[in-house]
Ligand binder design. Structure first.
Ligand code: ADP
Ligand code: MG
Length: 470
């Protein structure tokens, strides 16, 4: 009966799915119209019921008639602390029967599998898993500031009592280079230090996705899932990378639930707040909102200086404090670039065998931050404004009073005033030899219009953005 059912199923789903989800199932017995099959884990059961319940029900009814029923025998995770594998019965959805509590021990189907498979966990209680943590990232060297206070102290709380605070999951979010990975790693290291017996795993979302695809290919999905479900703490970095990967999200959703229900700690990082994450399934997002979401902001000047000093101290470097302050003052968008600028200063000073003083730092930093500090030229402003309104540049600089030309001219003047350091006089001169009062009038007109005309304001903002991107 089961073999016939398998034929039907095989014809109805992709080969890959068949291999992954149906080949590992074996038929145990047929009693009356109840077919019992064995599945390798609770996870397998949940997955089948979620994704294939319709197909299974239809197929079983085809084979056994309208009263046909399916029951699962589940080999409970061999990673669970009970040590010896045993099985438990679960009914298929739509069947009235309640789950039967216990059935005789059946050897785990997965026992004695390929030892090259990275996810096979020894059945013993004391297993060892490399947590994939970098010991350079600690809470101590994670400098505290207003920008990260909540996230950092939540990190301490979670590290003290993993899984036992309401910060589960703990979600750390913020833009690139603001310290998400550092903090997440530091929490992992702290947990390993204070709770060495806990199984901790740090994994980037990207790596997790790759592992998932690999395990599909090698038919080791069950081991993959068992591995992660056996952890006490899972730290997943950059969950925004789940976007568009529905199957992997599905798997993680199940792992997440399993861990959360068993009081295990989940820590995730993301480049956006849960509400702004796109491409993620709603049910997964709603889980992410369960615990605490703490954001990381751009550190203020004082914190940037402290970060640089800490880093220098750790690396045994000494730089004049005026240089440190100069770097911290001028690189104010993220911590990674801040460190990058310092490393680049040091590298150049070693190469040139010159000590770093302020003038040297200034000249070297000019290259490092040239993209952010480049001032736009009036020439470029005129060109973009004219392109935007499809007005020839020479008309803007001519005496014409045609409406659309006047508008382009005034916006060009306004942007020259707000985005360059040019004087009113030189702006006027640049726009067809007009005087400074014309420029003042233009700026006022644009300002007023922006306050009253939304569409107009949209145009100006649009152009401004284009200018800033170049
Ligand atoms: P993200 O993962 O958010 O992109 P990282 O964690 O990789 O950022 O941080 C970038 C760099 O900045 C790392 O070298 C990290 O050690 C450092 N860093 C960020 N925030 C801090 C901080 N508060 N204290 C010390 N170093 C920090
Ligand atoms: Mg990171």
């Amino acid at each position: 009966v089961w073999n016939n059912s398998l034929q039907t199923i095989k014809a109805n789903i992709p080969n890959q799915s068949y291999r992954t989800w149906f080949e590992p199932i074996s038929a145990l017995k047929l009693e009356g119209n109840v077919l019992t099959v064995q599945v390798p884990s609770l996870f397998f059961y949940e997955w089948l019921e979620e994704h294939y319940v319709g197909l299974l029900r239809k197929t079983v009814k085809q084979q056994l008639g309208e009263d046909g029923r399916l029951e699962y025998n589940i080999v409970v995770d061999k990673s669970s602390n009970s040590g010896s594998p045993y099985t438990t019965k679960m009914p298929s959805a739509g069947n009235a029967a309640a789950p039967n509590p216990q059935s005789p021990a059946v050897p785990s189907a997965a026992a004695g599998k390929d030892i090259r498979n990275p996810f096979v966990i020894p059945g013993a209680k004391r297993m060892n898993v490399d947590p994939q943590l970098n010991s350079n990232y600690t809470l101590e060297n994670y400098v505290e500031g207003d920008c990260n206070r909540l996230a950092r102290s939540a990190g301490f709380a979670v590290a003290a009592k993993p899984g036992a605070t309401s910060f589960n999951p703990l979600m750390i979010y913020g833009a690139v280079g603001l310290g998400k990975t550092h903090l997440a790693q530091a929490i992992g290291n702290e947990i390993k230090r204070t709770h060495p017996e806990k199984l901790v795993i740090f994994v980037s979302c990207e790596k997790f996705c790759q592992q998932f695809v690999e395990s599909l290919k090698n038919n080791t999905i069950n081991d993959f899932v068992n591995f992660y479900q056996a952890m006490d703490v899972i730290i997943m970095d950059d969950v925004h990378n789940f976007a568009g990967k529905e199957k992997t999200q599905d798997i993680f959703f199940h792992i997440f639930n399993h861990l959360h229900q068993s009081g295990k700690q989940i820590i995730i990082t993301s480049d956006k707040a849960p509400k702004d994450l796109s491409g993620l399934e709603e049910r997964l997002l709603s889980r992410f909102k369960w615990g605490l979401s703490a954001d990381l902001q751009i550190p203020d000047l004082e914190t940037r200086i402290a970060i640089l000093k800490k880093k220098m101290y750790a690396d045994g470097i000494d730089l004049p404090s005026e240089v440190v302050e100069y770097v911290a003052h001028n690189i104010d968008n993220n911590v990674r670039e801040l460190e990058g600028a310092m490393v680049s200063l040091l590298a150049q000073s070693t190469l040139n065998k010159k000590d770093i003083d302020l003038p040297l730092a200034k000249s070297m930093l000019k290259n490092f931050i040239k993209n952010t500090s480049k001032e736009v030229s009036m020439d470029f402003i005129q060109k973009l404004v004219c392109e935007y309104f499809e007005v020839p540049v020479n008309l803007v600089n001519s005496p014409t009073r045609k409406r659309e030309v006047v508008q382009a001219r005034q916006i060009s003047m306004y942007l020259s005033k707000s985005m360059t350091k040019s004087s009113l006089k030189s702006i006027g001169a640049y726009h067809g030899g007009r005087d400074h009062s014309t420029v003042i009038y233009a700026c006022q007109t644009v300002d007023d219009l922006m306050g009253t005309d939304k569409k107009f304001k949209g145009y100006v903002n649009d152009i401004q953005k284009k200018l800033q991107m170049n």
